[in-house]
Design a binder for this molecule. Structure first.
Ligand SMILES: [Zn+2]
Ligand SMILES: [Zn+2]
Length: 357
């Protein structure tokens, strides 16, 4: 944990003016181009200033410490595509948005070019599954309207069979420099060349389908295979099935699962619960009954003396688990007394009553 106040050598109650003053002094002292300068210390000072000069960030730091800011540490310039140019150091303090500059430099602000390959947008869709489809898995083919890699040029942007030439905008480097000046000197930032999408070359004849964009709006068939055992509300990620982008990688497709409630079956963890209606005598005497399950008819042995609401557990007939094995099928017994009794049935029951049944 860094102490930004200590780095700038100021008390915790220092005014904004004092923060600025201390920073200017130390930024000059540690400037890498100076004798006794240190890039490490210079960046540390900048980081401290970046936080303490902002009321909001300072308040956050005072409460939570530097953890949220430290990713802006030293050496970042080497892999962000930011180049340091100190040649104009010391010129002019005016008219510069410091937050903006250091935001770019230290990763507080917008994402800088070079940190990663451009990535297409993610797409989120919803699909509805029947109970049994969720249990056993299903393949669902959908037509998705999205920005897709151009089928004619396969994303190359050039008409098939034609050649490419060096991009004149970036001279084939794939990136362009943007120089910004501040009182610390001018900073050169690298941007991806928008003309060639960072590839360094452009087509001599642009693809006629996408007009050289490399991508086009298209309806693409996507087959979604849901794994067995998915539950309502779960999300499936299909890597690279999102929107395409020229010169980069496609985004991902997120599929949210909605399971339509079943009248016959419900789910509890990896167990499936269903109800079996039986007659009073079935419960009293025991019986064999046929039960409709997700996998066809199952003959169920009802033990003698089964009460309404008792549960019969059939092992391994529940929902498949990702790591193998399945939950159980729980059968809830529901004894349905008859609505009407015949005269004979009544007499027999009276007899049973005498027997204490
Ligand atoms: Zn094309
Ligand atoms: Zn270019």
């Amino acid at each position: 944990m860094k102490d930004y106040y200590q780095i700038l050598g100021i008390p915790r109650n220092a005014s904004q003016e004092e923060v600025k003053k201390a920073y200017r002094k130390l930024a000059h002292q540690f400037h890498p181009d100076k004798t006794g300068g240190s890039e490490e210390k210079f960046k540390e000072v900048n980081e401290a200033y970046q936080v303490l000069s902002s009321e909001q960030k300072r308040a956050q730091y005072d409460r939570f410490g530097s953890a949220g800011f430290e990713h802006a540490g030293a050496g970042r310039g080497n892999n962000t595509g930011v180049e340091w140019d100190f040649s104009n150091f010391g010129q002019g303090f005016e008219g510069v948005d410091l937050g903006d500059i250091f935001g770019d430099m230290f990763g507080f602000g917008s994402s800088g070019y070079g940190r990663q390959t451009p990535r297409g947008r993610d797409i989120a869709i919803d699909i509805e599954l029947q109970f049994s489809e969720a249990v056993f898995g299903v393949n669902r083919t959908m037509l998705l309207r999205k920005t897709a890699t151009c089928a004619t040029c396969n994303g190359s942007t050039q008409e098939p069979g034609t050649k490419s030439k060096t991009c004149s905008h970036c001279n084939g480097s794939g990136s362009v420099h943007e120089t910004r000046r501040s009182f610390l000197g001018s900073f050169t930032k690298l941007h991806m060349c928008a003309t060639c999408h960072g590839t360094g070359h452009v087509p001599e004849t642009p693809c006629h389908t996408c007009r050289g964009a490399g991508v086009a709006q298209a309806s693409e068939e996507v087959t979604i295979s849901t794994p067995p055992g998915v539950n309502d509300g779960e999300m499936i990620k299909l890597v690279g099935k999102g929107e395409a982008i020229t010169g980069g990688i496609a985004g991902d497709l997120y599929v949210k699962i909605h399971v339509v409630p079943s009248k016959k079956f419900s789910r509890s963890g990896f167990d499936i619960i269903t109800t079996l209606e039986i007659a009073v005598t079935d419960g009293l005497l025991g019986a064999q009954k046929d039960l409709e399950t997700l996998e066809g008819t199952l003959r169920v042995q009802i033990p003698q003396g089964t009460a309404s609401g008792s549960i019969l557990r059939i092992r391994g007939k529940g929902i498949p688990r990702q790591r193998g094995g399945r939950g159980d099928l729980l059968i809830s017994m529901l004894i349905k007394p008859p609505h009407k009794l015949s005269k004979k049935a009544k007499e027999l029951l009276e007899e049973l009553k005498k027997e204490g049944v």
